[in-house]
Ligand binder design. Sequence first.
Ligand code: PLP
Ligand code: COI
Length: 369
Amino acid sequence: MTDTTLSEPDAALAPLEFAVTKNLAAKSPAVREEILRDPGFGTHFTDHMVDVCWSARGGWHRPRVQPYGPISLDPAAAVLHYGQEIFEGIKAYRHADGGIYTFRPEQNALRLQRSARRLALPELPTSYFLQSLHELIAVDGGWVPSGEDQSLYLRPFMFAKEAFLGVRPANKVAYYLIASPAGSYFTGGVKPVKIWLSETYQRAAKGGTGAAKTGGNYAASLLPQAEAYEQGCDQVVFLDSDGNIEELGGMNILFVKKDGTLLTPSSDSILDGITRNSILELARDRGLTVEQRAVSLAEWREGVASGDITEVFACGTAAVITPIGALKAAGFEDEQPIGELALSLREELTDIQTGRREDTRGWLHRLDA
Ligand code: PLP
Ligand code: COI
């Protein structure tokens, strides 16, 4: 039978044969359980990592599962100088039956391929991407927590490791996958966040790399993020090159309107969020109207002032769905209305992800079988 889930070249690929080296210094189950009790976000890592090499001559080769640890790099490795790097963020959830599932991983594989094209990196075939997730879960499945709002955050990434100082796409590249047990992204759980409008800095530009998940976009967001903290805010919202609302440093933004419309910006510089696309689908199925178009700051502010906008929220894999409680800028501070849609969509989405609600759309992918 033909597997229609894979593209032609992908379908023809034989699986990689991973060489597995077990971590002899793996954390004991007791230490692991202690970490999983309150994992925070992004500070603890599992015992193993996956890596696959790529070269222009040999393609993808040397697939390995090895103990988690430092990477040895030549000081002239291109990534250290020119930032030729991309990554993904995806979570694994423990269901009540003990099974380990992830959410729409093919979408992350495709986005990694789109990011690769923009950054002149090789495209990792979808089947290899999925296989890397399975390989890591096979050795580190015990790290997937089962508590409320907990998951194992998986971080696939790829970078230029060839050593040279000329500016050109590297001929040697590494793909890695690491994993980190996660609780809530924001300390204190789900509560409305206050966001800072950056009018001085942008994270991305027209024709730039905004739609790619590449380190440089996040580097560009750090100074405005520091400014946000100084202003007593949790996150930054950026404007695009046309001066319209773009997105947050690591999350997309959505507006709920009184007439039952869910509105979200469209722009070439926005990261096409899988959480956002899933929310739009859930919203359509609830009978809401979905609109994706340019949203100006004036439309936002006037909408809140007139009552036309009834809720504003941010979403992404790490933070799931987070209501926005206030928008602050150099010249104003606007309280944002808090409604019930954001939290109700959050519940529906996380219920599907964690197996509390039936997955009728084929979004879940089992990783431990
Ligand atoms: N926008 C940016 C800049 C992000 O880093 C993320 C997080 O991955 C998102 C949006 C949300 O994307 P997703 O829902 O696929 O995690
Ligand atoms: C994610 O939501 O997966 C992100 O990548 C956001 C942030 C942690 C960079």
